[in-house]
Write a protein of this length. Sequence first.
Length: 160
Amino acid sequence: MAIAALLCGLAVVPAVAAERGPVTNLPLPRYVSLKASEGNVRRGPSLTHRIDWVLKRRDMPLMITAEHGHWRRVQDREGAGGWMHYSLLSGVRTVIVVDDMLPLTVRPEARAPEVARLEAGVVARLGACDRTHCRLSAGGHRGWAEKAALWGVDPDEIRD
């Protein structure tokens, strides 16, 4: 297939190559959070474009999928999104709990004692992650939760 693509003048890009943003040279897609308590999501990357959404949840996790100058195309966990000015976004990582009554445990083990239970929709600060669990901080509680029950962290992402 690669030879046929070369003969047709098409570029062959290895599937393992991570895409990088043309402005920041950071990986795309990547997760960030909403820095402000309110942020306009626009149809295109400028102030002249119409506002489609107004996000009103500080620290909400968002996924950056594209860059253009000072603008970032973002998506929320439902896939809704548009363009936001970079000054409204933070590199501080947060996640949103997907599973209702998610156990927060003292260790990254299924049978570890529980510290608390998190309701679906809770936004938590993201700490270290191993293969299956992430350390979270939410509502004055700290502990470990199953990674599969969170949005805002990739399934294969490891964090120290």
